[in-house]
Every structure is written in C-alpha cells, then in structure tokens.
Design a protein around this ligand. Structure first.
Ligand SMILES: [Zn+2]
Length: 166
C-alpha cells in the first residue's frame, strides 16, 4: 500500500532535483516568528507572501501559546535574532469543536490516564488571540515584546483580520 508519506518522499525527489542547492542563514531574515494552528487549510507561506528563510513558523493545535511555544520563542529571539511575534488563529478551528473537560475525559476513558497537559480548547477565536498576546507579553523568557500582534485568518476568504487588546 502506498501511503501519503511515500508519495511525499517521491515529491521531494522532484523538488530537490528542480532546485539548485543553496544555503540560507539559520536566522530568519525578517526577524519574525509566527505562531499559528496546524490547520491544513492555512498555507502560511502563501497566505503571507513569505519566502524560505524569512520567518520561524511554530504550529500546534489551535496556535496556542503553550510552554513549548514559549520555549521556541525564547530560542527564536535569544539565539536566532527574531524581534517580532505574529499570532494567527483562524475561523472554523478544530479547537472550537471540543471542550477541555470532554476531551480530557475521552482520553482518560480510552487510556485509563488523564493527560498532564492542558487541552486549551476555545470557543471565541478573538478572545483566545488576546489571551495568546498576553501570554507572550508577560513572559520574561521572551526578550522583545514591543511588536506582538494577533490575527484571525478566514479559511474561506483567506483574509487576515487583526485582533487588538484594549
Ligand atoms: Zn485550528
């Protein structure tokens, strides 16, 4: 059986053959880190006009600012010279279709063990973007907190809408 991964490995052969070898700096040229959801409909590079080597892109379920995202942002800023943080949630997110208690119970029922991690589901994407901005702004591990901006991406229209605090 051919899996999706087999096909992607094949795609990569063509990709590598179609491009000249080149070396980009490990530090992103736009000095930018983006935190967003793992959603398959959000093509971060295409939607933002980003090119290779320009930004760090951190993704998880929901685009939630977890401890692990703070870890990555601390490394991004302190070791790889990024200065700006862009947070992107989106419409029709899978995290709006479950609840913390419900999913926790589901995992516990299925495995006999409740997870140690927070589920971090949300109902209101705007409110969760604000929460994410605050988590970044309040983390002393992150050096540069002047430019931390949040957005909601519409997966149908492909438009970004900024969410502000205050
Ligand atoms: Zn999502």
């Amino acid at each position: 059986m051919t899996t999706s991964i087999d096909q992607l490995v094949e795609n990569n052969r063509a990709y590598a053959e179609g491009h000249q070898a080149r070396h980009l700096d490990v530090a992103p040229s736009r000095r930018l880190a983006i935190v967003t959801c793992m959603d398959s409909r959000l093509d971060v590079f295409a939607a933002l006009g980003l090119a290779n080597g320009e930004a760090h892109v951190l993704r998880n379920a929901g685009g939630v600012v977890t401890d692990d995202v703070i870890r990555s942002l601390a490394i991004s800023q302190r070791k790889l010279h990024t200065r700006e943080v862009m947070l992107i949630h989106h419409t029709d997110c899978g995290m709006q279709k479950l609840t913390d208690d419900g999913f926790r119970a589901e995992l516990q029922t299925a495995t006999g063990m409740a997870p140690a991690f927070a589920i971090e589901s949300f109902i209101d994407a705007d409110a969760d973007v604000r929460q994410s901005i605050l988590r970044v702004r309040r983390s002393d591990f992150i050096l540069y907190r002047d430019v931390v901006r949040g957005f909601v991406y519409d997966v149908d229209t492909r438009r970004l809408r900024e969410v502000t605090i205050d």
